[in-house]
Design a binder for this molecule. Structure first.
Ligand SMILES: Cc1cc2nc3c(=O)[nH]c(=O)nc-3n(C[C@H](O)[C@H](O)[C@H](O)COP(=O)(O)O)c2cc1C
Length: 169
């Protein structure tokens, strides 16, 4: 069982979650920034965990990443997000996929989620079978992660069983 974690992060919160969950995933585990993520997936990857920030109710776009930079994020992650990376992947139906995002807690009632959007792309383009979709909450645009969210993420990671399926809709 080999796991690849691909993360996108403008302010560092999604990256923090991606690294925090690695001890809880089936190993060996490789964690890569989306700008360094391989296309296609290496043939030995059984579980892909993909995480990104929710921007404008969905996965980020070049325009929203640029907005993040104007709000203080570093420029290094403006070029590419998980949306574009997933768009470039060929189908690989045997791979189990779990998606997570970070979102702002004070707008928790809003439906938009990058993880949900990513899971729909995975299902639609046969990039794998979705086994988990979850959001973790930050206090504001730049973070920090809400208290307890790293622990919740670690519990979520331990719950990912590659044989399971969840409905991407
Ligand atoms: C342009 C932009 C749009 C955003 N839109 C949303 C949104 O629709 N819903 C939400 O909950 N958070 C939204 N946020 C907050 C992000 O989710 C937050 O910045 C992110 O979780 C931080 O993760 P990161 O540190 O990994 O970038 C937005 C942030 C930016 C910069």
């Amino acid at each position: 069982m080999t796991t690849l974690v691909v993360h996108e992060s403008m302010f560092g919160n999604t990256r923090t979650v991606a690294h925090a969950i690695t001890p809880d995933l089936p190993g060996p585990v490789e964690v890569v920034d989306v700008v360094d993520a391989p296309t296609p997936l290496p043939p030995d990857v059984d579980l892909l965990v993909v995480g990104g920030p929710t921007h404008a109710f969905s996965m980020s776009r070049a325009t929203t990443r640029h907005d993040a930079v104007t709000q203080g994020a570093g420029p290094d992650h403006e070029a590419l997000g998980i949306r574009e990376w997933l768009d470039g992947l060929p189908p690989s139906p045997h791979v189990a996929v779990a998606a997570f995002d970070t979102r702002i807690a004070k707008v928790r009632h809003l439906p938009g989620s990058a993880a949900k959007a990513a899971s729909k792309v995975v299902a639609r383009h046969h990039l794998g079978h979705v086994i988990g979709v979850e959001s973790f909450y930050v206090d504001d645009v730049a973070g920090p992660l809400r208290e307890g969210e790293v622990e919740r993420a670690r519990t979520w990671a331990r719950s990912l069983v590659p044989g399971d399926l969840v409905d991407a809709d």
